[in-house]
Every structure is written in structure tokens, then in C-alpha cells.
Write a protein that binds this ligand. Structure first.
Ligand SMILES: Nc1nc2c(ncn2[C@@H]2O[C@H](COP(=O)(O)OP(=O)(O)OP(=O)(O)O)[C@@H](O)[C@H]2O)c(=O)[nH]1
Ligand SMILES: [Mg+2]
Length: 322
């Protein structure tokens, strides 16, 4: 199976601030020269940043614990500790950052978009910074503060213009293979596709991307057949193409019945309302433009079926393609 990871739990911690230093200046013939303990350096931040070079979350699946470096401790002679290094974690375009409870923290779209996943802790003040009129030579310094530490969930949503949706084995992967250079696995058993395939289609002067989403079944919106997981990929597509199998052999299936079930699942699937599309507005899945592809019309029965359902689909306002 392809190793495509699109959801990981990442444990991040910012660097701890360095401790402040207690020190007293010593010079020849001047035993108490005043406090000279420097401040601790701040701890480094952990930042998630979109990078075009990164296409999967696989690295974080293999190494889910990430720490930024700690700040250095302050030293005598007013020397401050080194600031901890910022840890930049590259993530793919379209990564959504959530808490474990599902609250969206950031929606990272576009090269360079970033989010501070864990801030570093402040360095502690050294005794020279703590001295005052009243307390000229404090015998103490402050400890550095620990950096933020938390678990964030990273989810990758495919971003394509068009999503192909339909029952398992309806021919979605065959269609994307015919229209683009994508070469997904195609086979006559259900759930051949387990991760979305993306293809780029060049039609005249128009160029668009298309996603082949794994097959959907009744109950997908409640998570059946990994439906939740698959529907999530449809969220970022501007328009949908229903791929309807006109030559399905099961008695209870025909293109209209299949369409009704998929439409019902799209309707039930509540798009996470805290997620806004690229334009800032949320369009539910069943409110997006939809086209119909009647597939397997090369099979004689399929051709008949297509001719039979086409008028009904057109009457409902769909543009229908065989
Ligand atoms: N005769 C005929 N067979 C087709 C056509 N399109 C797809 N098939 C066959 O139908 C089967 C399923 O095709 P896939 O493209 O893998 O279907 P899918 O919708 O991607 O299926 P899942 O990934 O399981 O959801 C394969 O055996 C294909 O060869 C078609 O237009 N005509
Ligand atoms: Mg497929």
C-alpha cells in the first residue's frame, strides 16, 4: 500500500528559557564589584511552515516528537545566554492544524504560511537585571520558563478543483487515468483506491486539477467504509463529478439509486464550519456545482442504462456526460 499519511498527532515543545545567572564582579582590590549575572536566553519556537517541497506528513508519522532548542543560561560578566534556535517544520500546502478535540487552530494555505505550534519559554533574568536601589546585589536570579508543550493534530486535505465521487468500482480511477497523467491502481474489487490520487488535466487552454477520491458507500457520512476520512478530501474541491456506474451487476443498484445515496451522504456530511474555503466562505458539499459522468457505456447494458437515465438526470438540471 502506498504510504500516504494525511493525519498525524504531533507532540511539540518549545525550548525552555535559560536560567538567569547569579554572579558578582570580582576585580583585583575590589572584592565586591556589583552583580554581573547575565540573563538566560529565550527558548526556541516550533513553527509549522508550508513548503512546496513537502507533499506528505510522513516524516511526522515516523518522528512525532519535536523540540526546539533551549535557551542558554546567563553567565557572569553580564553575558546573556544564547537564544534557542527556532525549529521550522515544513508541512504540505493545505495542512490544517487542530487540537485533539478538533478545534481548528490554523489552516495553512499557500507557500510560507506559518503557525507557531509551541512558543519557547522566556529566559530568566540574571542578578544584574534584578538589582535595584534597595537591593544592590541580589543573591538570586530567575529560572527560565519552560516552553509551551502540546499535541497538535495535522490533517492534510487534498486541494483540487474537481473531485470525482461515486461508489467503489464505479470507475473513478479509470476516469482520472484517462484524463490526466495520473496512474492510479485500477481493479475490479471495491476500495481499490485508499488514498486520493491527484491529476492535472489540460483541456485546450484550461488547466485544472482533479482528485480521485476513494469510493463512498451508504453511511459514509457517519464514517462507514472510512467515509469520514474520504469525504474530508472532497471539502476543498470547488466542484464535484458524480461517476455513476451504468453496468453495476447488483440488483439494488442503478445510476439513480447510487446518485441518491451519494447525494444523501454529501448532505449529511457537515463541513466543519470553522473551516472556511479559500474565499473565506463555506459551501456545503451538496451545494457545490455537480456534473454527472455516466460510466461503462461501452458495455451494451451500460449504454442502454445511460440512455434510460439521461433524460431524468437532465430534467433535474445536471449536465450529463457519457
Ligand atoms: N467496461 C468498462 N469497465 C470499466 C470502465 N471504467 C472502469 N471500468 C472497470 O471497473 C473496475 C473498477 O474501476 P476503478 O477505476 O478501479 O474504479 P474506482 O471507482 O476507482 O473504484 P474504487 O477505487 O474501489 O472506489 C475496473 O475493473 C475497471 O477496469 C468503463 O468505462 N468500461
Ligand atoms: Mg479507485
Amino acid at each position: 500500500m502506498a504510504s500516504f499519511v494525511d493525519r498525524v498527532v504531533l507532540h511539540v515543545s518549545g525550548g525552555t528559557g535559560g536560567h538567569g545567572c547569579v554572579s558578582v564582579k570580582r576585580e583585583k582590590f575590589k572584592p565586591l564589584g556589583g552583580p554581573d549575572g547575565g540573563n538566560g536566553g529565550d527558548g526556541g519556537d516550533v513553527i509549522l511552515r508550508v513548503s512546496g517541497q513537502t507533499t506528505t506528513l510522513l516524516d511526522y508519522h515516523h518522528a512525532p516528537h519535536r523540540h526546539a532548542t533551549n535557551g542558554g543560561n546567563g553567565m557572569g560578566d553580564w553575558r546573556g545566554g544564547k537564544t534557542g534556535e527556532t525549529l521550522i517544520l515544513p508541512v504540505p500546502d493545505g495542512t490544517v492544524v487542530k487540537t485533539k478535540d478538533g478545534e481548528v487552530l490554523a489552516d495553512l494555505v499557500g507557500e510560507g504560511a506559518e503557525f507557531v505550534a509551541a512558543a519557547g519559554g522566556q529566559g530568566g533574568l540574571g542578578n544584574s537585571s534584578l538589582s535595584s536601589q534597595k537591593r544592590k546585589a541580589p543573591g538570586f536570579a530567575l529560572l527560565g520558563i519552560p516552553g509551551d508543550e502540546r499535541d497538535v493534530v495535522l490533517e492534510l486535505k487534498s486541494i483540487a478543483d474537481i473531485a470525482l465521487v461515486g461508489f467503489p468500482s464505479a470507475g473513478k480511477s479509470s476516469l482520472i487515468a484517462a484524463m490526466s497523467a495520473a496512474r492510479p491502481k485500477i481493479a475490479d474489487y471495491p476500495f481499490t483506491t485508499l488514498v486520493p490520487n491527484l491529476g492535472v488535466v489540460q483541456a485546450g487552454d484550461t488547466r485544472f486539477t482533479i482528485a480521485d477520491v476513494p469510493g463512498l458507500i451508504e453511511g459514509a457520512s457517519e464514517g462507514k467504509g472510512l467515509g469520514h476520512y474520504f469525504l474530508r478530501h472532497v471539502e476543498r474541491c470547488a466542484a464535484l463529478v458524480h461517476v455513476l456506474d451504468c453496468a453495476a451487476l447488483e440488483a439494488d443498484r442503478d445510476p439513480l439509486a447510487d446518485l441518491a445515496i451519494i447525494e444523501q451522504e454529501l448532505e449529511k456530511y457537515t463541513v466543519d464550519m470553522s473551516f472556511a474555503g479559500p474565499d473565506g466562505d463555506v459551501v456545503p458539499l451538496n451545494g457545490r456545482p455537480r456534473l454527472i459522468a455516466l460510466n461503462k457505456v461501452d458495455v451494451p447494458d451500460g449504454k442502454d442504462m445511460a440512455g434510460f437515465v439521461r433524460p431524468e438526470l437532465e430534467a433535474r438540471g445536471y449536465r450529463v456526460f457519457e
